[in-house]
Design a protein around this ligand. Structure first.
Ligand code: DX5
Ligand code: ZN
Length: 228
């Protein structure tokens, strides 16, 4: 699969979301960070904004729920128009049931791990998912520094995906930029969220293209991608 770039609208101007979505036309997905001020110490947006944004843009929405009780709320984001919904495993009461419900409603089901959450206990759950998100910062804010110590987890997750022959996308989120995206791709990520690196750029659409080119070059050289 070609490298995918998902600009995070957390770094966009919330008063001009439709224009900000247009500014990154050509991106694979729009990454929408939903925060409830409980699971993370920050508050962003909810179902009504996702509903409006889904109507305002042709780019599919990748909703990253940093909220408590995703078992209750995640299905509503599918109904609001999200094409992919990510819940945090640390917050989910029944991750398998929730992933199945998201898929049954017609969206891609994705599960996120905070930096201190290991992948190994979830190996058997991976076939239930369409994407696994490895946080490369503590969730809650844009513009934080990339955590290099997450690279081994990305590598081990890629090995599990290969071992089980899964069609699972591996997303990284947090501090992804021109100076870190190659390390992520080399380690095994294939979906890259970038907030400040895209919306902080003078030309966000060009920043998306440049990040994609960097990721694809790094992937082409990576051993995990050459194996098959
Ligand atoms: C952080 C969010 C990220 C954030 C990334 O908790 O999940 O999606 O927008 O922002 P950058 O790319 O600036 O680190
Ligand atoms: Zn996010």
């Amino acid at each position: 699969m070609a490298a995918q770039i998902n600009p995070s609208i957390l770094s966009a101007d919330f008063a001009r979301l439709a224009d900000e979505a247009k500014a990154v036309e050509g991106a694979d997905w729009l990454h929408v960070d939903v925060m409830d001020n409980h699971f993370v110490p920050n508050l962003t947006l909810g179902v009504p904004v996702v509903e409006s944004l889904a109507r305002a843009t042709g780019t599919p929405l990748d909703c990253h729920l940093m909220i408590e009780n995703p078992d209750r709320w995640a299905p509503q984001y599918v109904e609001a128009g999200a094409s992919s919904v990510t819940f945090h495993v640390e917050a989910a009461a029944a991750p398998v049931r929730l992933a199945r419900e998201i898929r049954a409603k017609g969206a891609r089901a994705s599960m996120a791990l905070k930096p201190a959450t290991p992948i190994e206990p979830y190996e058997d759950l991976l076939p239930e998912l369409d994407m696994l998100l490895i946080m490369t910062v503590e969730p809650g804010f844009g513009g934080q520094a990339f955590l290099d110590i997450m690279l081994p987890k990305i590598r081990r997750t890629r090995e599990l995906i290969t071992k089980h022959g899964l069609e699972l996308w591996l997303q990284v989120d947090g501090g992804v930029s021109a100076s870190t995206i190659e390390r992520c791709a080399e380690a095994g990520a294939d979906v890259f969220v970038a907030g400040s690196a895209v919306y902080g750029a003078e030309d966000p659409a060009q920043a998306v293209r440049a990040l994609r080119a960097q990721a694809e070059t790094a992937t082409a050289k990576a051993s995990w991608a050459c194996d098959h």
